[in-house]
Design a protein around this ligand. Structure first.
Ligand SMILES: *[C@@H]1O[C@H](CO)[C@@H](O)[C@H](O)[C@H]1NC(C)=O
Ligand SMILES: *[C@@H]1O[C@H](CO)[C@@H](O)[C@H](O)[C@H]1NC(C)=O
Ligand SMILES: *[C@@H]1O[C@H](CO)[C@@H](O)[C@H](O)[C@H]1NC(C)=O
Length: 246
């Protein structure tokens, strides 16, 4: 009996290991111990990666009116201006949707533009993206994080030229790139739409072991808004609202 148990144990362990790595989704350790967005790091697939989104006016992101700096750069003195910051930690190469609930936060009250950023010496920042003013609100964005050997190189907003809202009378196409709804339709202003922001994130480039990050290609092959259906925890909020629209 005892002997049998001893012989079985390693076998069971072995089986469990095989099963967990082949059949079940593995949750390997997060080896990235940098949790602040204003520090440098290199990552591998399955690590968490901390990035931040700052809300302010478009001009608050520029030093001396011309040079766009990372919000981590103290020369911008963003903290002394009308601004808000959200911090996120998505998993590298997983398609994730960052949401910012606007029931108690109106981006329009903080200048109406946002910049995604991470890193200090190797600071990366996106261009400012228009989110909202008293007339229009844009609720859906796609952000691409481009890595090279595991170090963040670039953050950019990927737009689809209003393909998702053309012909839909509830939307206005701003600058041929963003689908916007009237800010007066937002719940906060007595309307019926939950104007929370959804930021679809995707990874491209290579991790520190030169493994290719592929989630960007997956996003590109799917229609942006159809992805909302994948986030079951949002089914009753963001999803149903988009289902009503498309
Ligand atoms: C700011 O810009 C002005 C004019 O464009 C220039 O003369 C000045 O040197 C700049 N200041 C700094 C600190 O770069
Ligand atoms: C935002 O928060 C409000 C109040 O807590 C909630 O009713 C609403 O469903 C939330 N929206 C999203 C998209 O999570
Ligand atoms: C709101 O933003 C839109 C698009 O950027 C712009 O055309 C419009 O003039 C702005 N409205 C106000 C009140 O600032």
């Amino acid at each position: 009996m005892t002997t049998l148990t001893r012989e079985l144990k390693p076998l069971l362990l072995f089986l469990v290991t095989i099963t967990s790595s082949t059949l079940l989704p593995v949750q390997p350790d997060d080896t990235n111990h940098v949790y602040t967005p204003c520090a440098d790091t290199t990552v591998q697939v399955s690590d968490g990666f901390t990035l931040s989104i700052a809300f302010s006016s478009s001009k608050a992101f520029f030093f001396n009116s011309t040079l766009q700096l990372s919000p981590c750069d103290s020369r911008l003195s963003l903290t002394s201006q009308n601004s808000q910051i959200s911090v996120f930690r998505p998993k590298v190469d997983e398609i994730s949707l960052l949401t910012i609930n606007t029931s108690s936060f109106s981006p329009g009250d903080y200048g109406g533009y946002m910049v995604a950023f991470a890193g200090r010496k190797y600071a990366a920042r996106s261009l400012p993206a228009f989110v909202a003013n008293s007339t229009y609100t844009v609720t859906s964005f796609t952000l691409v994080l481009e890595f090279k050997k595991g170090r963040l190189q670039n953050l950019y907003w990927k737009r689809d030229g209003c393909a998702q809202c053309s012909g839909n009378s509830k939307f206005v196409c701003l600058n041929n790139q963003d689908c916007a709804i009237g800010t007066s339709s937002c719940k906060k202003n007595g309307g019926s739409v939950d104007c929370s922001l959804g930021i679809q994130m995707a990874f491209s480039g290579t991790d520190k072991h030169f493994s290719a990050l592929n989630s960007w290609y997956e996003v590109e092959n799917l229609r942006q808004y159809s992805l909302y259906g994948l986030y079951s925890n949002l089914k009753d909020s963001l999803t149903s609202q988009y289902n009503n629209f498309f």
